[in-house]
Design a binder for this molecule. Structure first.
Ligand SMILES: *Cc1c(COP(=O)(O)O)cnc(C)c1O
Length: 390
Protein backbone atom coordinates (compact mmCIF):
# COMPACT_ATOMS: atom_id res chain seq x y z
CA UNK A 1 0.00 0.00 0.00
CA UNK A 2 1.17 3.54 -0.81
CA UNK A 3 0.05 6.22 1.61
CA UNK A 4 0.78 9.79 0.54
CA UNK A 5 0.79 12.09 3.57
CA UNK A 6 2.83 14.89 1.99
CA UNK A 7 0.05 16.99 0.48
CA UNK A 8 1.43 20.30 1.76
CA UNK A 9 4.45 19.70 -0.48
CA UNK A 10 2.33 18.90 -3.51
CA UNK A 11 -0.93 17.12 -4.34
CA UNK A 12 -1.86 14.44 -6.87
CA UNK A 13 -3.72 15.19 -10.07
CA UNK A 14 -7.18 13.78 -9.34
CA UNK A 15 -8.98 11.92 -12.19
CA UNK A 16 -11.46 14.74 -12.94
CA UNK A 17 -8.60 17.19 -13.40
CA UNK A 18 -6.47 14.75 -15.37
CA UNK A 19 -9.30 14.25 -17.86
CA UNK A 20 -9.67 17.99 -18.46
CA UNK A 21 -5.91 18.40 -18.74
CA UNK A 22 -5.72 15.70 -21.40
CA UNK A 23 -8.58 17.30 -23.34
CA UNK A 24 -6.97 20.72 -23.11
CA UNK A 25 -3.72 19.43 -24.63
CA UNK A 26 -5.59 19.55 -27.95
CA UNK A 27 -6.16 23.30 -27.67
CA UNK A 28 -2.81 24.56 -28.85
CA UNK A 29 -3.92 28.01 -29.95
CA UNK A 30 -2.27 31.10 -28.51
CA UNK A 31 -4.83 32.87 -26.34
CA UNK A 32 -3.81 36.21 -27.88
CA UNK A 33 -4.68 35.04 -31.42
CA UNK A 34 -7.93 36.36 -32.87
CA UNK A 35 -8.94 33.19 -34.75
CA UNK A 36 -11.12 30.43 -33.35
CA UNK A 37 -8.17 28.34 -32.08
CA UNK A 38 -7.00 31.33 -30.06
CA UNK A 39 -10.49 32.21 -28.86
CA UNK A 40 -11.14 28.69 -27.60
CA UNK A 41 -8.11 28.92 -25.34
CA UNK A 42 -8.92 32.49 -24.31
CA UNK A 43 -12.40 31.40 -23.22
CA UNK A 44 -11.00 28.60 -21.09
CA UNK A 45 -8.49 30.90 -19.41
CA UNK A 46 -11.13 33.54 -18.71
CA UNK A 47 -13.46 30.85 -17.36
CA UNK A 48 -10.84 29.91 -14.79
CA UNK A 49 -10.21 33.56 -13.96
CA UNK A 50 -13.91 34.08 -13.25
CA UNK A 51 -14.13 30.92 -11.18
CA UNK A 52 -11.17 31.95 -9.02
CA UNK A 53 -12.55 35.49 -8.67
CA UNK A 54 -15.93 34.13 -7.57
CA UNK A 55 -14.33 31.79 -5.10
CA UNK A 56 -12.56 34.61 -3.24
CA UNK A 57 -15.39 37.15 -3.85
CA UNK A 58 -13.33 39.34 -6.18
CA UNK A 59 -13.67 40.53 -9.78
CA UNK A 60 -12.07 38.61 -12.70
CA UNK A 61 -10.00 41.72 -13.55
CA UNK A 62 -8.30 41.44 -10.16
CA UNK A 63 -6.86 37.95 -10.84
CA UNK A 64 -3.47 37.52 -12.56
CA UNK A 65 -1.83 34.24 -13.53
CA UNK A 66 1.84 33.50 -12.90
CA UNK A 67 4.09 30.44 -12.88
CA UNK A 68 3.15 29.74 -9.28
CA UNK A 69 3.05 31.19 -5.81
CA UNK A 70 6.82 31.77 -5.60
CA UNK A 71 6.67 34.08 -8.59
CA UNK A 72 3.54 35.84 -7.31
CA UNK A 73 5.15 36.39 -3.88
CA UNK A 74 8.32 37.72 -5.53
CA UNK A 75 6.28 40.04 -7.73
CA UNK A 76 4.46 41.66 -4.82
CA UNK A 77 7.42 41.96 -2.45
CA UNK A 78 9.97 43.13 -5.01
CA UNK A 79 7.52 45.77 -6.22
CA UNK A 80 7.90 47.59 -2.92
CA UNK A 81 11.52 48.36 -3.74
CA UNK A 82 11.48 48.85 -7.48
CA UNK A 83 10.35 52.43 -8.00
CA UNK A 84 6.81 51.42 -8.83
CA UNK A 85 3.55 52.85 -7.62
CA UNK A 86 3.95 51.40 -4.14
CA UNK A 87 7.36 52.85 -3.50
CA UNK A 88 6.76 56.52 -2.83
CA UNK A 89 9.58 56.21 -0.25
CA UNK A 90 12.08 56.62 -3.04
CA UNK A 91 10.97 60.23 -3.38
CA UNK A 92 11.08 60.94 0.34
CA UNK A 93 14.59 59.62 0.83
CA UNK A 94 13.42 56.88 3.22
CA UNK A 95 14.01 53.23 2.48
CA UNK A 96 10.74 51.34 2.09
CA UNK A 97 9.81 49.12 5.03
CA UNK A 98 8.08 45.72 4.93
CA UNK A 99 6.55 43.80 7.82
CA UNK A 100 6.45 40.00 7.62
CA UNK A 101 6.86 37.07 10.02
CA UNK A 102 9.65 34.71 10.99
CA UNK A 103 7.62 31.67 9.82
CA UNK A 104 6.89 32.58 6.20
CA UNK A 105 7.41 30.19 3.33
CA UNK A 106 10.93 30.61 1.83
CA UNK A 107 9.42 32.30 -1.24
CA UNK A 108 8.49 35.22 1.01
CA UNK A 109 11.33 35.00 3.52
CA UNK A 110 14.16 34.83 0.97
CA UNK A 111 12.54 37.49 -1.22
CA UNK A 112 12.51 39.78 1.83
CA UNK A 113 16.20 38.98 2.35
CA UNK A 114 16.78 39.90 -1.30
CA UNK A 115 15.06 43.30 -1.05
CA UNK A 116 16.97 43.99 2.18
CA UNK A 117 20.08 43.68 0.02
CA UNK A 118 18.60 46.45 -2.16
CA UNK A 119 18.20 48.73 0.82
CA UNK A 120 14.68 47.94 2.04
CA UNK A 121 14.07 47.51 5.75
CA UNK A 122 12.21 44.39 6.89
CA UNK A 123 10.64 43.56 10.25
CA UNK A 124 10.29 39.83 10.89
CA UNK A 125 7.57 39.48 13.53
CA UNK A 126 8.19 36.84 16.18
CA UNK A 127 5.57 34.20 16.89
CA UNK A 128 4.48 32.52 20.12
CA UNK A 129 4.93 28.81 20.88
CA UNK A 130 1.88 28.02 18.74
CA UNK A 131 3.07 30.05 15.76
CA UNK A 132 0.73 33.05 16.22
CA UNK A 133 1.91 36.62 15.71
CA UNK A 134 1.08 39.27 18.33
CA UNK A 135 -1.28 41.89 16.88
CA UNK A 136 0.00 44.58 19.27
CA UNK A 137 3.53 43.86 18.11
CA UNK A 138 2.34 44.23 14.51
CA UNK A 139 0.78 47.63 15.28
CA UNK A 140 3.95 48.78 17.03
CA UNK A 141 6.17 47.80 14.12
CA UNK A 142 4.32 50.01 11.61
CA UNK A 143 6.36 53.03 10.46
CA UNK A 144 5.57 55.99 8.19
CA UNK A 145 7.59 54.29 5.45
CA UNK A 146 5.92 50.85 5.79
CA UNK A 147 4.90 49.85 2.26
CA UNK A 148 3.64 46.30 2.73
CA UNK A 149 2.47 43.87 5.39
CA UNK A 150 2.98 40.29 4.17
CA UNK A 151 1.71 37.56 6.48
CA UNK A 152 1.14 33.91 5.69
CA UNK A 153 -2.52 32.79 5.94
CA UNK A 154 -1.71 29.25 7.12
CA UNK A 155 1.75 27.88 7.70
CA UNK A 156 2.74 24.95 5.47
CA UNK A 157 4.81 23.17 8.11
CA UNK A 158 2.61 23.35 11.21
CA UNK A 159 -0.75 24.47 9.79
CA UNK A 160 -1.19 27.44 12.16
CA UNK A 161 -3.79 29.88 10.78
CA UNK A 162 -3.24 33.57 11.59
CA UNK A 163 -5.96 36.10 12.51
CA UNK A 164 -6.13 37.34 8.94
CA UNK A 165 -9.20 39.53 9.33
CA UNK A 166 -7.73 41.42 12.29
CA UNK A 167 -4.37 41.79 10.56
CA UNK A 168 -6.15 43.10 7.46
CA UNK A 169 -8.05 45.62 9.55
CA UNK A 170 -4.86 46.92 11.15
CA UNK A 171 -3.32 47.35 7.69
CA UNK A 172 -6.47 49.01 6.34
CA UNK A 173 -6.64 51.50 9.23
CA UNK A 174 -3.10 52.58 8.40
CA UNK A 175 -3.64 52.51 4.64
CA UNK A 176 -0.90 49.91 4.12
CA UNK A 177 -1.39 47.16 1.50
CA UNK A 178 -1.85 43.72 3.08
CA UNK A 179 -0.57 40.61 1.28
CA UNK A 180 -1.27 37.08 2.41
CA UNK A 181 0.20 33.89 0.95
CA UNK A 182 -2.95 31.76 0.97
CA UNK A 183 -1.45 28.72 -0.77
CA UNK A 184 -2.32 26.22 1.98
CA UNK A 185 -5.86 27.54 2.46
CA UNK A 186 -6.84 27.91 -1.20
CA UNK A 187 -9.32 25.17 -2.08
CA UNK A 188 -9.85 24.13 1.53
CA UNK A 189 -12.24 26.88 2.62
CA UNK A 190 -14.09 29.81 1.08
CA UNK A 191 -12.19 33.10 1.20
CA UNK A 192 -13.71 36.58 1.11
CA UNK A 193 -11.04 39.16 0.32
CA UNK A 194 -13.29 42.09 1.31
CA UNK A 195 -14.36 40.64 4.63
CA UNK A 196 -10.74 39.77 5.43
CA UNK A 197 -9.37 43.13 4.21
CA UNK A 198 -6.86 41.47 1.88
CA UNK A 199 -5.19 43.58 -0.84
CA UNK A 200 -2.96 40.88 -2.32
CA UNK A 201 -3.48 37.12 -2.12
CA UNK A 202 -1.29 34.48 -3.72
CA UNK A 203 -2.11 30.86 -4.67
CA UNK A 204 -0.48 27.84 -6.27
CA UNK A 205 -2.13 25.25 -8.55
CA UNK A 206 -0.21 22.19 -7.45
CA UNK A 207 -1.21 22.64 -3.80
CA UNK A 208 -4.87 22.10 -4.73
CA UNK A 209 -4.63 19.19 -7.16
CA UNK A 210 -3.85 21.15 -10.34
CA UNK A 211 -0.59 21.10 -12.31
CA UNK A 212 2.77 22.40 -11.14
CA UNK A 213 4.18 25.62 -12.58
CA UNK A 214 0.93 27.55 -12.42
CA UNK A 215 -0.63 29.87 -9.87
CA UNK A 216 -1.31 33.54 -9.44
CA UNK A 217 -2.42 36.47 -7.40
CA UNK A 218 -5.38 38.63 -6.52
CA UNK A 219 -4.64 42.37 -6.60
CA UNK A 220 -7.27 44.74 -5.20
CA UNK A 221 -6.14 47.95 -6.97
CA UNK A 222 -4.83 47.91 -10.52
CA UNK A 223 -1.31 49.23 -10.93
CA UNK A 224 -0.20 48.75 -7.33
CA UNK A 225 2.67 46.48 -8.35
CA UNK A 226 5.05 46.52 -11.29
CA UNK A 227 5.96 43.49 -13.40
CA UNK A 228 8.90 41.16 -12.77
CA UNK A 229 8.71 39.90 -16.34
CA UNK A 230 8.33 42.47 -19.10
CA UNK A 231 7.25 41.71 -22.64
CA UNK A 232 3.89 41.25 -24.32
CA UNK A 233 0.51 42.45 -23.20
CA UNK A 234 -0.57 39.30 -21.39
CA UNK A 235 -2.21 39.50 -17.94
CA UNK A 236 -2.86 43.22 -18.20
CA UNK A 237 0.87 43.77 -18.81
CA UNK A 238 1.59 42.63 -15.29
CA UNK A 239 3.08 39.30 -16.37
CA UNK A 240 4.35 38.95 -19.92
CA UNK A 241 4.69 35.60 -21.67
CA UNK A 242 2.27 33.34 -23.49
CA UNK A 243 -0.14 31.97 -20.91
CA UNK A 244 0.35 28.48 -19.53
CA UNK A 245 -3.12 27.62 -20.77
CA UNK A 246 -3.04 23.93 -19.83
CA UNK A 247 -1.91 24.79 -16.31
CA UNK A 248 -4.56 27.48 -15.94
CA UNK A 249 -7.26 25.12 -17.22
CA UNK A 250 -6.10 22.50 -14.70
CA UNK A 251 -6.58 25.06 -11.90
CA UNK A 252 -10.13 25.71 -13.07
CA UNK A 253 -10.93 22.00 -13.06
CA UNK A 254 -9.31 21.45 -9.65
CA UNK A 255 -10.90 24.45 -7.98
CA UNK A 256 -14.28 23.47 -9.38
CA UNK A 257 -13.83 20.02 -7.83
CA UNK A 258 -12.90 21.53 -4.46
CA UNK A 259 -15.85 23.92 -4.48
CA UNK A 260 -18.23 21.01 -5.18
CA UNK A 261 -16.58 18.89 -2.47
CA UNK A 262 -15.64 21.47 0.14
CA UNK A 263 -17.32 19.30 2.82
CA UNK A 264 -14.66 16.65 2.24
CA UNK A 265 -12.26 18.56 4.52
CA UNK A 266 -14.48 17.77 7.51
CA UNK A 267 -13.82 14.09 6.89
CA UNK A 268 -10.11 14.73 6.32
CA UNK A 269 -10.01 16.54 9.67
CA UNK A 270 -11.53 13.46 11.38
CA UNK A 271 -8.84 11.29 9.78
CA UNK A 272 -6.08 13.68 10.85
CA UNK A 273 -7.46 13.85 14.40
CA UNK A 274 -7.75 10.08 14.59
CA UNK A 275 -4.15 9.61 13.47
CA UNK A 276 -2.91 12.27 15.87
CA UNK A 277 -4.87 10.90 18.83
CA UNK A 278 -3.52 7.42 18.17
CA UNK A 279 0.05 8.69 18.11
CA UNK A 280 -0.28 10.80 21.27
CA UNK A 281 -1.98 7.96 23.14
CA UNK A 282 0.18 5.06 22.01
CA UNK A 283 3.63 6.57 21.60
CA UNK A 284 5.11 8.34 24.65
CA UNK A 285 7.15 11.59 24.44
CA UNK A 286 5.29 12.92 21.40
CA UNK A 287 4.27 16.57 21.01
CA UNK A 288 2.03 18.31 18.51
CA UNK A 289 3.58 21.47 17.03
CA UNK A 290 1.39 24.43 16.08
CA UNK A 291 -1.94 25.81 17.22
CA UNK A 292 -4.56 23.08 17.67
CA UNK A 293 -7.25 25.77 18.07
CA UNK A 294 -6.48 27.47 14.77
CA UNK A 295 -5.01 25.01 12.33
CA UNK A 296 -5.44 23.58 8.84
CA UNK A 297 -7.72 20.51 8.90
CA UNK A 298 -5.21 18.36 7.04
CA UNK A 299 -1.95 19.05 8.87
CA UNK A 300 -0.33 17.40 11.87
CA UNK A 301 3.24 18.22 12.81
CA UNK A 302 4.56 15.99 15.58
CA UNK A 303 7.88 15.82 17.40
CA UNK A 304 8.95 12.32 18.43
CA UNK A 305 11.51 12.95 21.14
CA UNK A 306 14.80 10.98 21.06
CA UNK A 307 14.59 10.11 17.34
CA UNK A 308 15.55 11.94 14.16
CA UNK A 309 12.77 13.01 11.81
CA UNK A 310 14.92 11.96 8.85
CA UNK A 311 15.24 8.43 10.22
CA UNK A 312 11.48 8.22 10.74
CA UNK A 313 10.89 9.44 7.20
CA UNK A 314 13.17 6.78 5.71
CA UNK A 315 11.65 3.92 7.71
CA UNK A 316 8.11 5.01 6.89
CA UNK A 317 9.16 5.29 3.26
CA UNK A 318 10.10 1.61 3.41
CA UNK A 319 6.46 0.86 4.34
CA UNK A 320 5.17 3.07 1.51
CA UNK A 321 4.13 5.86 3.87
CA UNK A 322 5.31 9.23 2.56
CA UNK A 323 5.75 12.09 5.01
CA UNK A 324 8.09 15.02 5.37
CA UNK A 325 10.31 16.59 7.98
CA UNK A 326 9.53 20.27 8.18
CA UNK A 327 9.29 21.68 4.69
CA UNK A 328 10.46 19.99 1.53
CA UNK A 329 12.61 23.03 0.93
CA UNK A 330 14.59 22.20 4.07
CA UNK A 331 15.08 18.56 3.29
CA UNK A 332 18.43 19.05 1.55
CA UNK A 333 19.90 20.82 4.53
CA UNK A 334 20.60 19.62 8.03
CA UNK A 335 19.42 22.88 9.55
CA UNK A 336 16.35 22.45 11.72
CA UNK A 337 13.16 24.01 10.41
CA UNK A 338 13.12 27.82 10.77
CA UNK A 339 9.47 27.52 11.73
CA UNK A 340 10.00 25.16 14.68
CA UNK A 341 12.96 27.22 15.87
CA UNK A 342 10.76 30.35 15.72
CA UNK A 343 8.27 28.54 18.00
CA UNK A 344 11.10 28.23 20.51
CA UNK A 345 11.47 24.45 20.25
CA UNK A 346 14.61 22.77 21.49
CA UNK A 347 16.91 21.90 18.56
CA UNK A 348 16.51 18.18 19.31
CA UNK A 349 12.71 18.42 19.22
CA UNK A 350 12.87 20.42 16.00
CA UNK A 351 15.04 17.68 14.47
CA UNK A 352 12.61 14.99 15.62
CA UNK A 353 9.56 16.46 13.91
CA UNK A 354 7.52 14.85 11.17
CA UNK A 355 4.76 16.48 9.15
CA UNK A 356 1.72 14.44 8.17
CA UNK A 357 -0.30 16.41 5.61
CA UNK A 358 -3.43 14.76 4.27
CA UNK A 359 -5.22 15.38 0.99
CA UNK A 360 -8.63 14.77 -0.55
CA UNK A 361 -7.52 11.38 -1.92
CA UNK A 362 -6.60 9.86 1.47
CA UNK A 363 -8.83 7.12 2.94
CA UNK A 364 -9.60 5.67 6.38
CA UNK A 365 -7.98 2.43 5.24
CA UNK A 366 -4.71 4.33 4.79
CA UNK A 367 -5.00 5.90 8.23
CA UNK A 368 -5.52 2.50 9.84
CA UNK A 369 -2.61 1.03 7.88
CA UNK A 370 -0.30 3.84 8.96
CA UNK A 371 -1.07 3.90 12.69
CA UNK A 372 0.66 0.68 13.84
CA UNK A 373 3.47 1.18 11.33
CA UNK A 374 4.30 4.58 12.84
CA UNK A 375 4.28 3.07 16.33
CA UNK A 376 6.56 0.24 15.24
CA UNK A 377 9.01 2.59 13.52
CA UNK A 378 9.30 4.87 16.55
CA UNK A 379 9.74 1.96 18.95
CA UNK A 380 12.47 0.41 16.81
CA UNK A 381 14.33 3.70 16.41
CA UNK A 382 14.12 4.42 20.11
CA UNK A 383 15.63 1.04 20.90
CA UNK A 384 18.64 2.14 18.85
CA UNK A 385 18.75 5.59 20.43
CA UNK A 386 21.35 6.12 23.17
CA UNK A 387 19.46 9.27 24.17
CA UNK A 388 16.31 7.29 24.82
CA UNK A 389 18.04 4.64 26.97
CA UNK A 390 19.34 7.36 29.27
C1 LIG B 1 4.28 25.55 -1.91
C2 LIG B 1 4.14 26.89 -1.32
C3 LIG B 1 4.56 28.03 -2.02
C4 LIG B 1 5.25 27.96 -3.36
O1 LIG B 1 4.35 27.66 -4.40
P1 LIG B 1 4.94 27.30 -5.85
O2 LIG B 1 3.74 27.39 -6.74
O3 LIG B 1 5.48 25.91 -5.74
O4 LIG B 1 5.96 28.30 -6.20
C5 LIG B 1 4.40 29.25 -1.42
N1 LIG B 1 3.84 29.37 -0.20
C6 LIG B 1 3.41 28.30 0.49
C7 LIG B 1 2.79 28.48 1.83
C8 LIG B 1 3.56 27.02 -0.04
O5 LIG B 1 3.17 25.97 0.67
Amino acid sequence: MKVYFDNNATTPLIPEVKEQVINSLEYYGNASSKHDYGKTVRNQIEGTRSLIANYIKAEPGQIYFTSGASEANNLIIKSTTTCGAMCTSCNTGNQPHIITTAIEHPSVLNTCKCVEGNGAKVTYLKVDEKGMIDLEELKKSIRPETRLISILFANNEIGTIQKIKEIGQIAKDKNIPFHTDSVQVFGKEFIDVDELNIDFLTFSGHKFNALKGTGGLYMRKKGTVCPLIHGGHQEGMLRAGTENSVGIISMGAALNHHIQNIGRWKEIKKMRDSLEEYILKNIPHTYVNGNIDSRLDNTSNISFDFVEGEAILLRLNYYGIYVSTGSACNSDSLDPSHVLIALGKRIELAHSSVRFSLGIQNTWEEIEYAKPKIKEVIEKLRMLSPLYKN
